[in-house]
Design a protein around this ligand. Sequence first.
Ligand SMILES: NC(=O)c1ccc[n+]([C@@H]2O[C@H](COP(=O)([O-])OP(=O)(O)OC[C@H]3O[C@@H](n4cnc5c(N)ncnc54)[C@H](O)[C@@H]3O)[C@@H](O)[C@H]2O)c1
Length: 269
Amino acid sequence: MARENPVAVVTGAARGIGAASAARLAARGFTVALIDLPLESPGRLGEIPGPYRPAHGQDLDEAAAACGGRGHAHAADVRDPQALAKVIETVVAHHGSIDVVVAAAGAVAGGAPLWQTDDDTWRSMIDINLTGVFNIARAALPSMLDAPAPRNGRFVAVASAAAHHGLPQLAAYSAAKHGVAGLVKALSAELTNSGVTANAVCPGSTATGMLDTSAALYGMENREEFAVQARIGRLINPDEIAATIEWLCVDAPAALTGSLIDVDGGFRA
Ligand SMILES: NC(=O)c1ccc[n+]([C@@H]2O[C@H](COP(=O)([O-])OP(=O)(O)OC[C@H]3O[C@@H](n4cnc5c(N)ncnc54)[C@H](O)[C@@H]3O)[C@@H](O)[C@H]2O)c1
């Protein structure tokens, strides 16, 4: 990391992969802005249909505290471009230009074939998982490009194995994650010669709250049933995804851009 006192923004940072990524970046010297849903949401912008329950405001405070003095909690919905613009404005005013963005916020809904998928499920999956990544990229990129050269900016989206596999009963989620793959590739092309890279990490079944929901949607007893899909014979730990994100943000060569990095326990093999 070239700059002293680097700054990172992480969405979906209250728990799971986002929280683990924020903690790792803080340990590497980043000041980290942790973004997750405000307490009064999701009511304001639409509920997420089905059993998925997002994090609480308290989770966000705890995740920020786990960053050991380098974490700052910001309540914002990634579906709300104005709210994200305000967060970015605050971060830049207090800490200077942004070096790293990790777009980890996501949600899962489905459980029925495409032809039985209702509008709320379709919309919420696209709005959170795809437009949410677009919104934070659009809000933060100008600040990343404002950093003095030589820049070392890193945009990392958390996509999914569903970015290249069609998951049954999760057509809306799969479509959104495929969209994230296209977004990151196009963004990397636009960032040619800028010193900022754009990549996506594609986790397989990872032991977080989201996987509990996926198990419920598939009528499984619990999320451990997903372990048979991975060649490692177990679920992935969220910190294993975060370790990859940390590497992408800090140690990976600038030649790595426009790529989808599978961390799926061999699911794709
Ligand atoms: N867990 C898995 O098996 C798995 C597999 C592949 C991809 N992913 C992806 O990893 C990312 C992180 O998920 P996770 O597994 O840590 O699950 P998680 O549910 O623990 O974390 C997701 C976080 O995003 C937040 N969030 C949801 N909607 C939001 C919104 N509109 N605005 C702001 N924040 C919002 C939630 O409150 C939560 O803190 C997601 O993008 C998910 O799609 C997870």
